[in-house]
Design a protein around this ligand. Sequence first.
Ligand SMILES: C[S@@+](CC[C@H](N)C(=O)[O-])C[C@H]1O[C@@H](n2cnc3c(N)ncnc32)[C@H](O)[C@@H]1O
Length: 306
Amino acid sequence: MAKTWWELQILCSPEIEDSVFWRLEESGCRGTASQKKGNLISVQAYLPESQAHLLDLAALSLCFRQDAVCLEAPLPSLQWKLIDEEDWSSSWKQHWQPQEIGDRFLINPSWIPAPENTERIIIKLDPGVAFGTGAHATTQLCLESLEMRFSDIPQSFVGSEERKEAAVIADIGCGSGILSIGALLLGAKKVYAVDVDSLAVNSTIENREINGIATERLSVAQGSIEVIQQLLVEPVDGIVCNILADIIMELVPSMSAIVKPTTWAIFSGILLEQSNAVTEVLEKNGWLVATLWKRKEWCCLNTRRS
Ligand SMILES: C[S@@+](CC[C@H](N)C(=O)[O-])C[C@H]1O[C@@H](n2cnc3c(N)ncnc32)[C@H](O)[C@@H]1O
């Protein structure tokens, strides 16, 4: 049976854009994108009809309004309508534009010609319904951390074995595959990408093809760390894991099975107020938090084995 989606359109002030994204993410929305509309931000998101009733949408609208009141921002508006599967991707595509991230990346929607006169590394993406367009702070922090890992040795890592030798990487919660592809384009030798969501797995496979990456360099499978463990010949050199804090804390103990003494890891998807709890779990499991990078209310922990 054809799937139907709620198309949500939120018109809000820039101060609450991030909390709107956060609420949408928590509600299971996919394909979230935003664009400027005068002084306001228009945020578009999609939710499978089966996952939300009208009352849920009304509750979501109330949350947006409460957030705005807390932040003393103008009240946002939320409109919704039902659309068919065929319409949702074409509708969403109009709202997503190329975006520069960090010093080196340009995320280019696959249906827009990529610029030729750029020195940036171009990641071509059609995330479909998977998370990972690069619009979210948590993804940006990971891409920037990967840039750092693959750049010349920053002072703080002099003497360590981290950086370019870190060639085999695990991407846990790959979504659209944006981080896997970013790591490979920066010079990683091989990435093992996993996601519990089959739609994300399909999206990563599709984006692997769009970017002309050889199948053997990007292995994609449905599942989580246990799947990587089965596929691995030897421990990984690096891990990227952009999932919510609660899930990260659950997964950390089983990561020990895929690492070696020099493995580094980038953990993102963590709200600032959750960073202490995550750090505690990491330290108990043999990780040392080297740096905490923050953007808006999110943070990303750059770690290595202690
Ligand atoms: C926030 S998205 C990150 C997507 C992409 N890596 C990025 O950085 O934009 C988190 C992804 O983790 C997946 N996920 C959630 N729990 C997971 C688990 N236990 N193991 C593997 N993947 C998981 C979700 O399906 C989702 O695609």
